[in-house]
Design a protein around this ligand. Structure first.
Ligand code: C5P
Length: 210
C-alpha cells in the first residue's frame, strides 16, 4: 500500500502523514527533508542554492543520516530547499531514493506513506491512495509562525507570511513537477478542520478508498 500526500507548506500534511503511518504500521518518508538537506548542504558550503551544478552535486552526495536533523527546520533552509527543488537535475537525483522507499519500505513494513509536493503526480503516480492537503495561505502562515515561536525561533508574523507566499509561488510556478493536486487525489482543505477531523477523514479514505 502506497499512500501519497501532497500539499503546500504548513497545510498539515506532515502531521497527517506521520499519524497515518503510525496508525497503519507503514513506513514514513518526509520528502521535503531531502530538499531541505540539499539546501542546507549548499548553504553550509557558502554556495548559491539556485546554482544548478552546486545543487546537483549536493543532491548526489546526500547523506540520509541528516534527514532528522533539527537544523533543517528553519525558514532559511526552507527557502533554500525550494530553490534547489526547482532544478531538474536535483529532482532527478532524489527520485530513485524516494521510489525505492515506496516500493521496499524499511523494516519490512507493509506500506509506505510519503509526503511532499509531487508524490501523487510524479514520484508515485501509481500510488494506491492520493491526498492533497491544503489550507489558505493566512491559516498556514499563522500555523508556521506559532510552530517556529514554540521552538524558540525569533520570527515575525508578516515575514513568515511573505516567505510562505514566495515559497508557494516558487513551488507552484516551477516547470518541473510543480505543486498541484493529482487528478485522482482526495482534496482535504484543512482551513476549518482540526488535526483530528482531518485524520478521521483520511483513515476512512485509506481503509475504504472511494
Ligand atoms: O515540505 P517542506 O516544507 O519540508 O519542503 C521544503 C521544500 O522542498 C518545498 O518548499 C519544496 O520546494 C520542496 N519539495 C519539493 N518536492 C517534494 C517535497 C518538497 O519540491 N516532494
Amino acid at each position: 500500500m502506497i499512500v501519497a500526500i501532497d500539499g503546500p507548506a504548513a497545510s498539515g500534511k506532515g502531521t497527517l502523514a506521520r499519524r497515518l503511518a503510525r496508525h497503519f504500521g507503514y513506513a514514513y518518508l518526509d520528502t521535503g527533508s531531502l530538499y531541505r538537506a540539499v539546501g542546507f548542504a549548499v548553504m553550509q558550503n557558502g554556495g548559491d542554492p539556485a546554482d544548478p551544478d552546486t545543487a546537483e552535486a549536493a543532491a548526489r552526495a546526500l547523506d540520509p543520516g541528516i534527514l532528522n536533523d533539527e537544523r533543517l527546520r528553519t525558514d532559511a533552509v526552507a527557502q533554500a530547499a525550494s530553490k534547489v527543488a526547482a532544478i531538474p537535475a536535483v529532482r532527478a537525483a532524489l527520485l530513485e531514493f524516494q521510489r525505492a522507499f515506496a516500493k521496499r519500505p524499511p523494516d519490512g513494513a507493509r506500506g509506505a506513506v510519503l509526503d511532499g509536493r509531487d508524490i501523487g503526480t510524479v514520484v508515485c503516480a501509481d500510488a494506491d491512495r492520493k491526498m492533497f492537503v491544503t489550507a489558505s495561505v493566512d491559516v498556514r502562515a499563522k500555523r508556521r509562525f506559532k510552530e517556529l515561536r514554540e521552538k524558540g525561533h525569533e520570527v515575525i508574523e508578516s515575514a513568515v507570511l511573505q516567505d510562505m507566499k514566495d515559497r508557494d509561488a516558487r513551488d507552484a510556478g516551477r516547470t518541473v513537477a510543480p505543486l498541484a493536486p493529482a487528478e485522482d487525489a482526495l482534496v482535504l482543505d484543512t482551513s476549518d478542520l482540526d488535526a483530528e477531523q482531518v485524520f478521521t477523514l483520511a483513515v476512512k479514505y485509506v481503509t475504504e478508498g472511494r
